[in-house]
Design a protein around this ligand. Sequence first.
Ligand code: FAD
Length: 417
Amino acid sequence: MNKQQVLAADSRLAHRNIPITIIGGGIHGVSIAIRLLREAPTMARHIAIVDRHPQPLTQWRDKTERQGMMFLRSPAVHHISSDALGIVEYAERHNRTGELAPPYSQPSTQLFWDYCNDTLTELEQHRVYYQFEVAKLRWDRGAGQFPFRLISKDNVGFRSRCVVLAVGVDDCAYVPAEFVQWRCQYPDRILHASEFTVDYQDEEDSEESFVIVGGGLTAGTLARSLSERGHSVALIARKQLKTEQFDFPPVWLGPKALAEFASETDFQRRYEIIQQNRGEGSITPDIMEALTDAVNINIYPETRIQNIVSVGEGGPTQRLNVTTDRGDIMNVSRIILATGYQFNLRRYGFLRELIAQHRIPLVCGLPHLDANLQLYPVQNLFGSGTIAQLQIGPASGNIAGASLAYERLREKLLAHL
Ligand SMILES: Cc1cc2nc3c(=O)[nH]c(=O)nc-3n(C[C@H](O)[C@H](O)[C@H](O)COP(=O)(O)OP(=O)(O)OC[C@H]3O[C@@H](n4cnc5c(N)ncnc54)[C@H](O)[C@@H]3O)c2cc1C
């Protein structure tokens, strides 16, 4: 897509009636669109993916690049299309099987990205992707065949028969309560991991001191990336660090665990099962090895930050002294909160009115979906990704969650084409 087409993209949707709209062009939105297009290639004009970014998968590429992530955590079979061996065959065709890491053929981030880019040509050919930030989603029950109305920030509107929310978790960055005040005091020095890039530079070639808060893979990856760039890192975790290859037990991809999950009728209990199975974060064995080998990384397990004070004036020379219950860390240039996300549908401004008007029930911020991933009580509004956790379970927000979601959505969506 060239720049001119991108700028014109919004208005291509104006006043149209689109049978299926997918909000979110991330891993989930794109996976669903590709699967649909492969099943019904002649129906492309009935499908739209809308995203605030000019290109699909922008969020994914930005996040992985900004953290300096080298390999995926998940095996090569999990990606954006339905052919499980897609990445492996792509790697074979391009002599890149060396980028599939043992023991589970985890692809390098670059291989994964190149494969995605190759597959994205299918979306380009069908011209189903539109840059369009949804500012409001309305459901006018009984308003004919296209009851949803989507309105962009600049007031472009179109109607849809059915909408899939694939909006990820980015609007739900989690900042622990004790950091809220400190972040207000030192907004340039204390950042959530989603706001930080490892290749930032305050001063040319300077070696800085960082504190990273968190015990999951984001904390570990950032610590390793910063240490490789010559910075010193204190990694502070509330618990002992845990080493695991995957971020949830793989049984959650199989029918047995999912059937048991479905038999649990109490959605609060389902939420607790998800929390227990995803835990508070873990680090893959290769990253853990890099952390323990690096001379410029100090790990502080079972540690809490008690106070943060500024050294000197604000501006680029400002540094912080951090007091923990295991001693002080001086002259810190930045504190990065690798504290993850806490999904809450209310955080998505474009849905606020819809949630209130139709009294969409939420359990700990997650919508109460039916088995077809439909957001009760709104008809033909579906979810995929973390939003669908109460049906898909602990794998829902991961790449593999997109194919689990498509199995549930497939029939309903195809019926709208
Ligand atoms: C660094 C990193 C590494 C990861 N590695 C793995 C891994 O190896 N394996 C794995 O299984 N999972 C991994 N994950 C977890 C997960 O698979 C990814 O986060 C994945 O990108 C989630 O996809 P998504 O489509 O749900 O969300 P996103 O990729 O965040 O996409 C959501 C999209 O919705 C759009 N959007 C939101 N609101 C609006 C709106 N109002 N209007 C228009 N567009 C909107 C956003 O712009 C965004 O593009 C990783 C996550 C991160 C952050």
